[in-house]
Design a protein. Structure first.
Ligand code: GLC
Length: 747
């Protein structure tokens, strides 16, 4: 038997053996990723030339036929597919790969961002931004593990997740797929997601993760996806790099650069990012995959390569390993090698990394998934329960003047209206349409809670916030007068299958952060009924709902709560679940407040805004509960020295002073009082979810380590400067919610 086919041989030997048998074309073929054949077929009729240039979700290959993709697969010159969304197609294409000369299996990549939701009949968990509001890293890991199982049950091996960008701009439609604005939270959620997805990367229960997008796209110049990012190296190293470094330390198998240019260099041709930092500084040994047509964009958008071929050369020489996606790559790269522009050794490096992953995932031994058992894994009870639990933990109660929780027997007529009241849009971006029986809409959730004598009056506003009708708004306002409670379910529209109609999600950025369309008018007119009015928001980015915050008694931020979002929202409204989530991102009042992240520099609001508040609408870490918590007795014991030794035990008493059991997210922040370079006014360093029965109190301990106090020196080496630090613990990032104590770091 050939060594590479021998499961007992060491992986390194199998890789070398296989590599030694490959032609140049087969090698480059391994770095070649294409969209699925069915995807190609389905889009044939609809995509325009402009879509092909701009749309980052759909593609066809003009001048080619879908069957050619099958031919290339049989020839062994395709290494990977993306956007294959059924098990049948995955297995079918894999059969073709098995017919190729060396029978190297295909690696199927998919955007399983919150569950393998782009594919039919999979569990849809809450989106990442909401999930991060749970501050529950164990839950993130469990969801990732379950997602891996559902993926493998569909013969999918690699997800383009986690997105570990630090989100700094609410206009950006992709905030929802990140874990928010804080480096520490993003890092922890991202690392646990990698562990959950990958396990030990050595079995058919594991999938490869992808840390993306490296880097800077989450602070886009004008808020639009892929617009330039100009930030200092210091900010990169203190804010945007750390989550990527942490996922590399956690063994993430792949990394994807971002669409944007960073400080004048497209990330896809940046040797500094892909080789110097990623490989040399951090020791990354997986492979780098490009984002959608972004190597081409080095030429046709950024204009730093005169030809596409030169863009390919620049990107490969900068450290790119796999091309997402297109029909011309293999020929062009083979020519570059034959002309001596790129060495075959350079190609070998990339192929080694890709083959190694295929061996690790067991693809040579298990190229298929079993259609007979697939549905035993997907949507199984355990996964559904986790989706519900995650929704409960990610919904943030933003405002409550005592109206909530609702007594189900108190109301006779409840008006439910708004674009998101009866829509599968609760599943959020990166989800395909799912069977209605697997989705609980908010209207369904509410209807299942009300008492027998209560009527739910539903007034549809359609699904489309851009095209609301004033007649329907008027109708809702009229019904509100009859009702004794109003629930308006507003927000954004994220479903991918209506790509051009969305208001939020990938490539759907806004120049504003208010509610689109007639939604504000709807809220105002319903509230004018004088009946208590609750606003429930479903959205993948912060929304500056200032009017509602000042005028309504209750606001619930549900984010993209997933398939059981409607049930979880209702459980919170009716008090079956005590809300516990805290904001993973600051909510600005208006678009003018963009970059209002809590960890800003000391001078940021030295001169406050004239004519409007400088305070955000709701700060990072904030979220209400049906109980109250009190903090006392903050203490710090131990010592940290500037040489990096020692540790400090920080502890605080947290008491549930209300009458309901709850879970509190206790947050630990620091501030370096004087430092050589400016540092943020607060930096989150740790957090704990603590369950507290009514009346119960617990002493919560954190270990402050030297690394938590460190900052980069002039040469970007992480150092701890001696002197005073303020340590803060409490229930949100807001000063009033924090106890403070000083510690001193000795020389
Ligand atoms: C996109 C995205 C990326 C995604 C890829 C494949 O354009 O930027 O996050 O993984 O395409 O769908």
């Amino acid at each position: 038997m050939e060594t590479y086919k021998n499961p007992a041989a060491p992986i390194a030997d199998r890789v070398e053996d296989l590599l030694g048998r490959m032609t140049l074309e087969e090698k480059v073929g391994q770095t070649n990723q294409l969209v699925g054949v069915e995807h190609f077929r389905q889009n044939l009729a609809s995509l325009t030339a402009d879509d092909l240039f701009r749309n980052t979700a759909q593609a066809i290959y003009p001048g080619h036929k879908p069957e050619e993709l099958e031919k290339w697969t049989r020839q062994g010159i395709v290494g990977s597919f993306l956007h294959v969304i059924t098990l049948e197609e995955a297995n079918r294409l894999q059969h073709l790969a098995m017919e190729s000369r060396l029978a190297v299996p295909l690696l199927f990549g998919i955007d399983a961002i919150h569950g393998n939701a782009n594919c039919p009949d999979n569990t849809v968990y809450p989106g990442n931004l909401g999930l991060a509001c749970s501050f529950n890293t164990g839950l993130a890991r469990r969801i990732a593990r379950q997602t891996a199982a559902e993926m493998r049950a569909m013969n999918m091996h690699w997800t383009f997740n986690p997105n570990v960008e630090v989100a700094h701009d609410a206009r950006w439609g992709r905030c929802g797929e990140t874990y928010g604005e804080d480096r520490c939270l993003v890092e922890r959620m991202g690392v646990e997601t990698v562990h959950g997805l990958q396990g030990n990367l050595d079995s058919t229960a594991d999938v490869a993760a992808c840390a993306k997008h490296f880097v800077g796209g989450s602070r886009p110049d004008n808020g639009t996806n892929g617009s330039p990012c100009d930030v200092s190296e210091r900010t990169l190293r203190t804010t945007f790099f750390p989550p990527f470094k942490a996922t590399v330390d956690a063994g993430v198998a792949t990394v994807m650069p971002s669409h944007n240019e960073l400080n004048g260099i497209p990330c896809h041709s940046s040797r500094w990012l892909m080789t110097d930092v990623l490989r040399h500084e951090w020791g990354f040994n997986g492979f780098v995959v490009s984002d959608w047509m972004d190597i081409e964009h080095v030429h046709d958008l950024h204009g730093t390569a005169e030809t596409v071929e030169d863009a390919y050369r620049q990107s490969i020489m900068a450290g790119m390993d796999m091309h997402m996606h297109g029909p011309d790559w293999v020929d062009a790269v083979c020519s570059l090698v034959k002309e001596g522009v790129i060495s075959e050794q350079r190609i070998d490096e990339s192929v080694r990394r890709i083959l190694e992953l295929k061996f690790c995932l067991g693809l040579f031994e298990h190229p298929y998934a079993d259609p007979e058992t697939s549905m035993q894994v997907r949507l199984c009870d355990e996964h559904r329960r986790t989706a519900l639990e995650a929704a409960r933990q990610s919904i943030v109660l933003l405002k409550n003047d005592g109206l909530l929780p609702l007594d189900p027997n108190r109301y006779r007529k409840i008006l439910v209206t708004g674009i998101n009241a009866r829509d599968e849009n609760i599943m959020g971006d990166w989800s395909a349409s799912q069977r209605p029986e697997n989705v609980v809409t908010i209207l369904e959730g509410i209807s299942s809670f009300v008492g027998d004598g209560c009527e739910v009056l539903y007034v549809s506003q359609g699904w489309d916030p851009r095209n609301m009708s004033s007649e329907r708004v008027t109708h809702a306002a009229e019904v509100a007068r009859e009702a004794d409670l109003n629930i308006v379910v507003a927000g954004e529209y994220m479903m991918r299958w209506r790509w051009n109609d969305r208001t939020c999600g990938e490539d759907t950025d806004r120049s504003d952060v208010n509610l689109v369309g007639l939604q504000n008018e709807l809220i105002r007119r319903v509230a004018e009924s004088g009946k208590p009015t609750i606003l429930v928001l479903v959205n993948g980015r912060p929304l500056g709902v200032e009017w509602a915050a000042s005028n309504l008694p209750a606001i619930v931020e549900a984010w993209e709560p997933g398939m059981y979002g409607g049930q979880a929202v209702a459980e919170i409204l009716f008090g079956k679940v005590n809300p516990s989530a805290k904001l993973s991102i600051t909510i600005p009042r208006s678009v003018g407040q963009i970059h209002c992240h809590y960890d800003h520099k000391p001078s940021q609001y030295f001169h406050p805004y004239a004519c409007s508040s400088s305070e955000p609408l709701y700060p990072f870490g904030y979220g209400l509960s049906y109980t109250t918590y009190s903090y006392s007795g903050l203490a710090a014991e131990g010592e940290i020295c500037a040489d990096g030794t020692g540790s400090i035990d920080v502890s605080v008493d947290v008491a549930n002073t209300g009458s309901v059991d709850g879970e509190e997210i206790v947050q630990l922040y620091i501030r370096d009082v004087y430092s050589t370079f400016t540092r943020p006014v607060k930096e989150l360093k740790d957090f704990k979810r603590v369950a507290l029965k009514a009346g119960e109190s617990k002493r919560v301990h954190f270990t402050l380590t030297p690394e938590m106090l460190a900052m980069p020196d002039a040469d970007y080496h992480w150092v701890i400067e001696p002197g005073d630090f303020v340590v803060m613990a409490g229930s949100s990032s807001r000063d009033n919610d924090l106890l403070k104590i000083k510690i001193n770091v000795k020389k």
